[in-house]
Design a protein around this ligand. Structure first.
Ligand SMILES: N[C@@H](CCC(=O)N[C@@H](CS)C(=O)NCC(=O)O)C(=O)O
Length: 207
C-alpha cells in the first residue's frame, strides 16, 4: 500500500496551490493543519520539519529510510510534476513543457511575488508604494488575457502548473479586476474554478 504524502499547511495561496497539484495528480496525501494564528508554524514540532517556520511543508515517506522534506511551495510543485509525468507539465519535447514552465514562472515571479511585496508595503504603512505596486500586479495579471488567445489554458491545450500558479492570485484579486476587459480570462477562471480537483484543493484546509 502506498504511503500518503503529508502536506503540512494552512489556508494560504502557497499551500492551496500545492493541494490543487496533489488533487490534480491523484496522489494520496494527508493534510496536517498548522494554525498560523497561534504560531503553530513556530512550534518545535513544525520547526524540525521546516526551520524557517513557514508553510507549506511536504513530507514524502514513500521511499523507506529516505524521508524527503520540502518547504518551498514552488519546489514542491515541481517535485509533484516530476513525480507524475505528464500530469502537471507536458512531457513532450515540442516546446510545450518549456512554455508551461515559462508561464508558471511568470505568475510566480512577476505576479505573485510583487503581490506579496505590495501586501508587506501596506502593512508597513507605505501606502503610495502599496498602491503603485498593486496596480502593476493587476496589469501583469491582465497580461494573461493574451496567453489565452488561442488556447483554453495558460500554456496550451492542457491544464498545467501555469494554471495553478495563475489561479490562487486571480482568486485573491478577483474583486479588483475589471472583468469586462478580460473576457478570455473570465472564461478561463470560470472553467478552472469548476474543476473537481481545484474545488477539492481549495477545501483542503477547510472551507
Ligand atoms: N517562499 C515560501 C514562502 C512561505 C511563506 O511565506 N508561507 C507563509 C504562508 S503562505 C507563512 O508560513 N506565513 C507564516 C509566517 O511567516 O509566520 C514558499 O513559497 O513556500
Amino acid at each position: 500500500m502506498s504511503v500518503p504524502l503529508e502536506l503540512h499547511g494552512a489556508k494560504t495561496g502557497n499551500c492551496i496551490r500545492v493541494a490543487i497539484a496533489l488533487e490534480e495528480t491523484s496522489v494520496p496525501y494527508d493534510v496536517h493543519p498548522v494554525d498560523l494564528a497561534t504560531g503553530g508554524q513556530r512550534s518545535p514540532r513544525h520547526l524540525t520539519l521546516n526551520p524557517l517556520g513557514k508553510v507549506p511543508t511536504l513530507v514524502d515517506r514513500s521511499v523507506p529510510n529516505q524521508t524527503l522534506v520540502l518547504s518551498q511551495s514552488n519546489a514542491i510543485l515541481l517535485y509533484l510534476a516530476e513525480r507524475s509525468p505528464g500530469r502537471l507539465l507536458p512531457s513532450g519535447v515540442d516546446g510545450t513543457r518549456e512554455l508551461a514552465l515559462e508561464r508558471f514562472f511568470y505568475f510566480v515571479v512577476d505576479v505573485i511575488a510583487p503581490s506579496h511585496a505590495a501586501f508587506f508595503l501596506r502593512q508597513s504603512g507605505s501606502e503610495d508604494c502599496h498602491v503603485a505596486l498593486s496596480q502593476q500586479v493587476l496589469e501583469r495579471l491582465g497580461v494573461a488575457e493574451t496567453f489565452l488567445t488561442q488556447m483554453p489554458f495558460m500554456a496550451g491545450a492542457e491544464f498545467s502548473l501555469a494554471d495553478i500558479a495563475a489561479l490562487t492570485i486571480t482568486v485573491s484579486l478577483q474583486d479588483k479586476l475589471d472583468w469586462d476587459s478580460y473576457p478570455r480570462l473570465r472564461r478561463w477562471f470560470e472553467a478552472v474554478t469548476d474543476r473537481p480537483s481545484v474545488r477539492r484543493g481549495f477545501r483542503a484546509f477547510g472551507v
